[in-house]
Design a protein around this ligand. Structure first.
Ligand SMILES: *Cc1c(COP(=O)(O)O)cnc(C)c1O
Length: 397
């Protein structure tokens, strides 16, 4: 496969030309059940009629005007996001990494404006992922992704995830904020415990730090709440989200309280495309569905059913699967054999998933799936695990 694209991805030799709900159709005519959802992006599945309508209607009216003018659809989307969350203000960009960058700037500006310019360091967690810009890479601190791109952007410290002692020990006079994913996605679907998430809030209050959550992957309804931190009953000061927020249209958002974002005045930040009328129309259409009565409760119920099925599969195939972890519709199946091999076998059998760190297969289906899709996915996983155990593991035994 040669191509003029920079070969930065290990692509499967597979292309799709149509999607419908939780299904994708490949150019060679096969049907796949899509439990990868474009890496947790197609939150409402493919070709959702309400999103298609919004795209077509807005597409005929107006795409882009720049942020030199008011964008009423953006004002409405920001207001709705704030109404449904802890936030008072929103900045729209086009991706997760940009939302993270905005959040980092908010954290530094807050302390600079409140007389503590020396507080500029952010404590993050090992195993984190925050995107691929140089600053997002430094914020996550994953040596694998930083290799070759030195010098690293300064100002980031990392401690073990889910570990409060290490975190407290890392705080000093220069600490500005704590940046954590309530559920690590790329890191292998590792959920912060509710006590841990609650304690992060307490520690930030105690030391005057900002609490910054990365909900680019675990947010926007995936756990059965609009944002995953809601389960812990606390609120952050700053939050980055993206992936599911546009249902497949490039959109990211940084949410913050008035207090945290007070310094983000005219001229302090910007994006040419960010929050353009086309993106805002689609963002509003996504929220129409997600905030409709009962939708998020439905995600929670569906998530419980999916998890129960996955737990059953782990019990049935102890040589292939080690454990299930996650919340709602962001689940991980930790494998014993290489997760990449299982993921390819699942794909060949018609089920799309994504791998993650710690030998995990990520299961992040569209939030609109029901019992039928869960049953179909479980049957494919069961078949693949049975065949894998029979073929590959027999020789090893
Ligand atoms: C995907 C992801 C990002 C980066 O988002 P991009 O849109 O690829 O820039 C940041 N944080 C988390 C938790 C993610 O999963």
């Amino acid at each position: 496969m040669t191509s003029a694209l920079m070969p930065t991805y290990n692509r499967a030799d597979l292309a799709f030309d149509r999607g419908e709900g939780a299904y994708l159709f490949s150019t060679d005519g096969r049907r796949y059940l899509d439990f990868a959802a474009g890496i947790a992006v197609n939150s409402l599945g493919h070709s959702h009629p309400h999103l298609v309508k919004a795209l077509e209607e807005q597409g005929r009216k107006l795409w882009h005007v720049s942020n030199l003018y008011r964008i009423p659809e953006g004002e409405r989307l920001a207001e709705r996001l704030c109404g449904a969350s802890f936030a008072d203000k929103v900045f729209f960009g086009n991706s997760g990494a940009e939302a993270i960058e905005c959040g980092i700037k908010i954290c530094r500006k807050y302390h600079d404006d409140t007389g503590n310019p020396n507080r500029w360091k952010i404590i993050g967690a090992n195993g984190a992922f925050h995107g691929r810009t140089l600053t997002a890479l430094a914020a996550a601190g994953n040596p694998k992704y930083l290799a070759g791109f030195a010098p690293d952007v300064p100002g980031f410290v990392h401690v073990a995830f889910n570990n409060l002692n290490e975190l407290r020990a890392a705080i000093d006079d220069e600490t500005a904020a704590i940046l954590v994913e309530p559920i690590q996605g790329e890191g292998g679907i590792r959920a912060g415990s509710r006590d841990y998430i609650k304690a992060l809030r307490e520690i930030c209050d105690e030391y005057g730090l900002l609490l910054f959550f990365d909900e680019v992957q675990c947010g926007m309804g995936r756990t059965g709440k609009l944002f995953a931190h809601e389960w812990a009953g606390i609120t952050p000061d700053v939050l980055a989200t993206a992936k599911g927020i546009g249902g497949g249209f490039p959109l990211g958002a940084c949410l913050a309280t008035d207090k945290a974002s007070a310094g983000m005045t005219a001229g302090t930040h910007g994006s040419t495309y960010g929050g353009n009328p086309l993106a805002m129309a689609i963002g509003n259409a996504v929220l129409d569905v997600m905030l409709a009565p009962g939708f998020l409760e439905g995600v929670e119920r569906t998530g419980r059913k999916l998890k129960a099925k996955l737990e059953e599969l782990v019990r049935r195939h102890p040589k292939v699967f080690v454990e299930v972890r996650g919340e709602g519709l962001i689940q991980g199946l930790r494998c014993d054999p290489p997760a990449g091999e299982i993921q390819v076998a699942l794909r060949n059998a018609g089920l799309l998933t994504v791998t993650a760190a710690e030998n995990v297969i990520r299961i992040v289906p569209p939030l609109i799936i029901g019992e039928q899709e869960i049953a179909e996915a479980a049957a494919i996983i069961d078949k693949v695990a049975t065949a894998y155990a029979a073929e590959k593991l027999k020789g090893a035994a």
